[in-house]
Design a protein around this ligand. Structure first.
Ligand code: DNO
Length: 402
């Protein structure tokens, strides 16, 4: 596999020369300064590509070329947006960039409630608490129907047995303070979304109002309709992908659960089978994010890797641990549910050139004071990268012996 690293552009405090020193081969990035829904021009793409190359690296993968909400909910200007998307794809291909990661999650790109959850060893990790998320939904967002939905909420597959999330959220409400409320909104809406070129930006003054406006677009959009819209989008762009040799690779929903009354359609093995089948074209591929998939108790990540390896175009190595109560945290890259050693074997034998990046990492040894994007520490990710480099070296050693 090719060792890549998600880098957030020239303003990233982690510089390209630093990345060369730790064995990174390819860069995963995006034009973060282009507003959502505008064309990525060839000039801008070229400028960034040349900058990366002048540092002895290559731009291996785009993450993400964002799919705007109107395409997802099927708004009246979706055609215009799809044309813009196609033009960006053509421009990327003209600059020899051929792998494009995107997601089809409505409103919220990814969700965590705690970005600095302490571990026993003094490091910290990202964490998702159902009670805190329900509290946010009911008490802060005040979404219509939230209370009823959480009352009916059941955990899948034996986790969270007997847990009453609504009751916990009500309990939590008694002890929350304005500061903690503010922190939770920051975590869910701003700090996790601000840097991924999504719907929310650092400095948004009324994020919850904006949230309501975005949610309103999905009135009446159920799972079947969202699937239709995704199929429509992919069918529209496939001819361009074929013509220019672009591989689209969808990122699974993170976490792979339905939240905020919105449908989520890239959560399970069945979903991915549907998607690859609905648009059965090798350019319609998958970002195998082991971290997102392992946060769903129903997902057998290793079995899914075997099943989908041939349609996987990009890999995120990360692993989650699900607690008996159903909450999850991001585990060590050598622990958790995802068995990254086995996944490396599977993907390496499928395609030794497949780009992979270690996804997220612990916050450790001073990372916490450096203002990195949530999940994207330097030392924590470097540590995980070194672990994966070791795993891959051992796999190659064994393969060469046999
Ligand atoms: C978070 C990321 C996501 C991912 C997008 C891909 O850390 O995994 O923001 O980049 O969902 O479109």
């Amino acid at each position: 596999m090719e060792f890549t690293w998600r880098w957030f552009g020239k303003n990233d405090r982690i510089t390209l020369p630093m990345l060369r020193q730790i064995g990174v081969q390819g860069i995963v990035t995006a034009l973060h300064d282009v507003p959502l829904g505008e064309v990525w021009t060839q000039e801008k793409i070229r400028e960034l590509r040349e900058y990366i190359e002048s540092n002895g690296l290559r731009w291996s993968v785009v993450e993400s070329l964002p799919v705007t909400e109107t395409i997802k909910y099927g708004g009246s200007n979706r055609h215009e947006q799809i044309e813009i998307y196609k033009q960006s794809l053509r421009n990327l291909a003209a600059e020899d960039i051929h792998i494009v990661c995107y997601n089809f999650m409505p409103v919220l790109d990814w969700a965590r409630t705690d970005l600095m959850h302490p571990n026993a060893d003094g490091t910290s990790n990202l964490y998702f608490s159902y009670a805190e998320f329900a509290y946010f939904d009911i008490y802060l967002l005040k979404r219509a129907g939230a209370r009823e939905e959480w009352a009916a909420f059941r955990f899948p597959n034996g986790v969270g047995e007997g847990r009453n999330v609504l009751k916990e959220a009500d309990e939590l409400a008694k002890s929350m303070t304005p500061d903690r409320d503010h922190q939770l909104v920051e975590n869910i809406v701003i700090k996790t979304q601000g840097f991924v070129s999504g719907n929310f930006k650092e400095g948004d003054e009324h994020p919850l109002e904006l949230f309501h406006q975005l949610l309103a677009n999905y009135k009446g959009i159920d799972k079947a309709q969202l699937r239709e819209n995704m199929k429509y989008f992919l069918t529209e762009i496939m001819p361009v992908c074929e013509e220019c040799g672009i591989d689209m690779c969808v990122h699974p929903d993170d976490p792979p659960i339905e939240i905020l009354g919105l449908p989520r359609i890239v959560r399970t093995q069945e979903d991915i089978e549907w998607l690859l089948h609905a648009v059965d074209n090798p350019h319609n591929g998958l970002t195998f994010c082991a971290g997102s998939l392992s946060a769903g108790a129903y997902n057998d990540v290793v079995a899914m890797a075997r099943k989908f390896a041939s349609r996987t175009r990009f890999v995120h190595l990360r692993s989650c641990h699900i607690f008996p109560n159903g909450d999850f945290t991001e585990a060590s890259h050598l622990g958790g549910r995802a068995d990254l050693v086995e996944l490396c074997k599977i993907f390496e034998s499928e395609n030794p050139c497949l780009p992979m990046r270690v996804d997220h990492g612990k916050t450790m040894l001073g990372d916490e004071d450096r203002g990195y994007n949530a999940g994207y520490s330097f030392l924590g990710r470097m540590f995980a990268l070194a672990q994966m480099q070791g795993v891959l070296a051992a796999i190659l050693h064994e393969t060469n012996k046999s």
